[in-house]
Design a protein around this ligand. Sequence first.
Ligand SMILES: Cc1ncc(COP(=O)(O)O)c(C=O)c1O
Length: 414
Amino acid sequence: MTRRSSVWHPFFQHATEPAPPCAISSEGAYIHTGRGPLLDAISSWWVVTHGHNQPEIVQAIRDTAGQLDQVIFANVTHAPAEDLAEALVAMTPKGLDHVFYSDSGSTAVEVALKMALGYWRHEGDGRHRIAVIEDSYHGDTIGTMSVGERGVFNAAYDPLMFAVDRLPFPQGDGAATLAAFDALAASGQMAALILEPLVLGAGGMRMYGSSVLAGLRGICDRHDVLMIADEVMTGWGRTGRLWACDHAGVAPDILCTSKGLTGGVIPLAATLASARIFDAHRSGDRRRTFYHSSSYTANPIACAAALAQVRLWQSSPMQARLDELGAMQARHLAALAGDPRFENPRQCGTIAAIDLKVPKGGYLSEVGPRMRAHVMAEGVLLRPLGNTVYVLPPYCVTPDDLDQAWGAVASFQV
Ligand SMILES: Cc1ncc(COP(=O)(O)O)c(C=O)c1O
């Protein structure tokens, strides 16, 4: 007998989708469900980096949970948050010296936007406009939807959203994007540019080159516009380097991280900012205080998990693993590249994507749910973005796991 559920699932159409399998345990690249194992080929919405239930991270959670639970973070501090902040400052691009904690990718971005606007206000400058790249995604809160692409995801909430300036998605050398941004930035109204560096995830795994990212940084410098790098998806190795910004040798003024921060075991986010931004809020004038918090800010258990995750980067040959995984993904993409059912193969580090050739693409393309059901029946968890199929696996996947994931994609009848 199927149990009646009161749960309202995210990004899930209850009218048409079959009841989801119930996850019972998870380990490595697998989710074990009541209906059998599922290969998690999308790292459970891009959060799992090393693998599910990574032992060192789980142990850190156990150790901390017996000692320190949630404590207010306004007038109290604790070692897991302090140690993690120190480690994050050391391993992020130069100049990001201050760490503000929150709970999710969306809150990390909201914090970044507030920091940027707060900075200009406290500097006595009226800049308030935000530039974004077409097809971006930064979360599902009102502020993050405002700086993301408008469409089927958020049309109903349009009256609540604020206006932003949109740059065309960078094609080729990105000349049109750079020119558009240069013109906007020259207006003196631009507070910040927010971008997903190198890969626009939810926007369809759209990829652009590191020279464009470097070019955008140059324009920010020239016109004194803050650059916010949303590394929520791209961070922690997904693009083949620790940070996507590392490919371009670029340091943003503000960097957002979440998802892989705890290896995908427990929620946590951090927004890192330069001294310039922190100092604008540090004042004898209490009106300049950074007025943002959430109840669970810097949860010690989550910070300890993140610290254990960071230690894995410091103690294991992560770069070699990323390179190996990237090479395996490249071989699978190459095998599909000549297949007439597919087009536009693309890869950035461990992320590989390809489009199904269909008359009608876009997020609501009917081919997405059909592909998802097909691969699920083959024991593989994928969630195509419309007609874009992508494999974004935890770093512990084996060659056999990847054969299974791509084999399931290849056996789909369009
Ligand atoms: C680039 C980017 N920013 C922000 C978010 C929002 O993160 P969360 O779902 O944890 O709020 C996501 C989620 O997919 C993302 O890909």
